[in-house]
Design a binder for this molecule. Sequence first.
Ligand code: GTQ
Length: 347
Amino acid sequence: MNDLHDLGTLQDLPADYVDALRAVNLVPLWPSLRSLIPPGAARTATQPTCWRWSAIRPLLLQAGELTPMEKAERRVLVLANPGRGLDNLQASSCIYLGMQLVLPGETAPNHRHTPNAARIVVEGEGACTIVGGEKCAMRHGDLVLTPTGLWHEHRHEGEGPFIWLDVLDLPLMVYLDVSFVLQGDAQRDPRPPAAYGASGVVPRINGERTSSAHPQLRYDWQRTREALEALHRQTPREQLVEVVYVNPETGGDCLATIAFSAMMLGAGEEHSCKRMSPARVFHVIEGHGHAQVDGMRIDFGPADTFCVPGFATLELANGSSAKPLCFLTADESPVHRKLGVYEMCNG
Ligand code: GTQ
């Protein structure tokens, strides 16, 4: 039933007819119909792509020499998917990835924007980001959220370069024509982050639960890793272990558009992952190994980042016989669920 027949092309029509249509802003549907709504399965321009830390780091440090912060505002190299056109700055249809460098003493001025953002800390010590009045420490592997509309600014008071991976829903916001930024004065007297620490309990102060839409902004990697390790210990080896970053008050996705998880593969472990409709990005926190993405082999090590298109087959293998392999992942599933197009399939 899926063998839909070919439709006419634009060349089948008289040129003066096409011109007459276009002169009044009309276009025939049928030459484009099969590519707009392909029979049987969706298509994507997103390609399996790996961005290597060994390639990014020296070029990012060079950007630090070439471009002062005042000129760049954000000193970022964008991890662009060649299948989507490098200049479109997209890792996938909804996800933007950028590796950002802040040098000692530099600050990124306070601002807020409609795109949702999160940072994954890759290298460095002594930087913090102030989000919605909370001063969030940034340590290797931490996930720090800057949800839509919250003020944020970055400071680096330590030594040496500080580098993190920005994950934003920028392509989606641009597509929706809602992307914009506002500049603000520095946030004064930032408070410590709300104490969401232990799983299963949430704060109630003077009888009140929080009314914040984004109650937890910083997720500490060491605590996450402990949870992941404990879960891994009690799970049969053939099952793939992940923890999902949630809003601790609702149990829902921590951002409205992008879901985050942390994953651990024990020494020597290999897994075939379920195929799913959203594209997904993997960032290596520790360890090394390889992936087969739609049959394409990607070898990866610490701080490498790779992208898995929606519906792609995915196999993951830990390359070490002694040490675990840990990823942070980001995927587009919240958007797919809201739109009713989310699919997960075996094999
Ligand atoms: O830090 O707010 O990589 O606005 C791209 C756009 C980072 C940010 C990016 C941004 C930011």
